[in-house]
Ligand binder design. Structure first.
Ligand SMILES: [Ca+2]
Length: 388
């Protein structure tokens, strides 16, 4: 009798072997790669499907502030790169750990984490040496965003200040003023913790236009919309000096100013002007705070007031402005003396920059003391604050 069972058994083995062989030949497997912590780094290659028997070289690449620790999941390895043969579906975890870097500054405020008592400072605010925002001394809702303490010597900090020196009105400045503005260090410099703007009686020629006085007119290289400005200053006292601490819209199209046409070109008075501090040349016991602007019909308008003040050249006063979407207030020594409602009819919702200057003569300087030789505006600090 033929042994069918043996014959059948051999066929079964053959079929099984063939099936098994062909399966293994064509089989592919999923390689799943995970990174912990998620933002700590990456692995090459990425997760994917690999043929059975493939050799894969895994390399873990750390992001800054992290280092690779080990491979885990279905394997346990520390070498990197690491080579493995794919023979089944495999899950691999690349583990990283955060470096405890002495130079790490998580909130990017310039103070390293180990010294930072306020490690989550919002970008845009300046901080003290403890990494904490600097509160306004008059209003705790405001924090420092820009300023100059003038704690250096020599030329003004070029990263903060622009000298406006091109006369915009046919070789002259506006308002019949008698000076040229220069970037000469004798007209503006920093010493002993304060910045000096010095108006000097001297002949000076620009483009064939000669004036008998020089001075400086500074633009902040910083524009801001809403906030509080505090400038602590002593003012010149000589008859004919017209000191000013003020703002213009960064969209003004005035030739030679810092912003040029980079933020628009609407012209004056559409750009808006806020006079935080002005004095005339003949009464140094008066202080002007004024707003000049074009109303919503494009018509020039102004609003302002005058207040009494004593000893502006002998003692420091703080000249301030608080600007919100609802109101603009002008203050001296934190006492408001004029304000403007910031309605749809006034154009004070675009960024402004700061100007500091001494003009000589002209509309608000008036007659110049014939014995004038020079006079100074001395500025202890300029600070701009905003709310969070
Ligand atoms: Ca920090």
């Amino acid at each position: 009798m033929t042994n069918y069972s043996n014959y059948f058994g051999q066929i079964l083995i053959l079929i099984f072997s063939f099936f098994n062989l062909s399966c293994n030949d064509q089989k592919s497997h999923m390689l799943n790669i995970f990174v912990i912590p998620e933002n700590a780094g990456s692995v090459t290659p990425l997760s994917g499907v690999y043929d059975h028997g493939s050799n894969v070289v895994l390399e873990a690449i750390n992001n800054s502030d992290y280092e690779f620790t080990r491979w885990s999941g279905d394997i346990s390895e520390t070498s990197n790169p690491f080579s493995l043969t794919v023979e089944s579906e495999i899950n691999i975890v690349a583990e990283f750990s955060e470096l405890n870097l002495p130079s790490k500054d998580s909130d990017g405020d310039g103070v390293v984490d180990s010294n930072d008592l306020c490690p989550n400072t919002i970008s845009g605010f300046l901080v003290d040496d403890k990494g904490c925002k600097v509160k306004n001394e008059f209003d705790e809702n405001y924090f420092l965003v820009w300023g100059d303490e003038f704690s250096y010597d020599g030329n003004l900090d070029n990263s903060k200040w622009h000298h406006q020196i091109i006369p915009p009105n046919n070789g002259s400045w506006w308002n019949g003023e008698a000076q040229h503005y220069t970037n000469n260090s004798k007209n503006s410099f920093v010493s002993e913790g304060t910045m000096k703007i010095v108006a000097i009686k001297e002949n000076y020629t620009v483009d064939n236009s000669t004036k008998n006085y020089t001075s400086a007119r500074l633009n902040s290289k910083f524009g801001f919309k809403y906030g509080r400005v505090d400038v602590r200053a002593k003012l010149p006292s000589t008859e004919g000096t017209w000191p000013a601490i003020w703002t213009l819209g960064t969209n003004i199209n005035e030739v030679g100013n810092y912003f040029g046409d980079s933020q628009g070109s609407v012209g004056w008075p559409k750009c808006g002007e806020i006079d935080i501090m002005e004095q005339n040349g003949w009464n140094k016991n008066e202080l002007y705070g004024y707003f000049h602007y074009a109303n919503s019909q494009g018509v020039y308008n102004s609003h302002g007031d005058v207040t009494n003040i004593n000893n502006t050249s002998g003692t420091y006063h703080v000249y301030s402005m608080e600007w919100t979407k609802d109101k603009i207030r002008i203050l001296v020594d934190n006492k408001e003396f004029v304000s403007l409602n910031n309605t749809a009819d006034v154009p004070f919702d675009n960024p402004h920059y700061l100007l500091l200057n001494i003009a000589i003569g002209g509309n608000l300087g008036g007659d110049i003391d014939p014995s004038f030789s020079q006079d100074i505006m001395e500025v202890d600090y300029v600070r701009v604050f905003q709310k969070e």
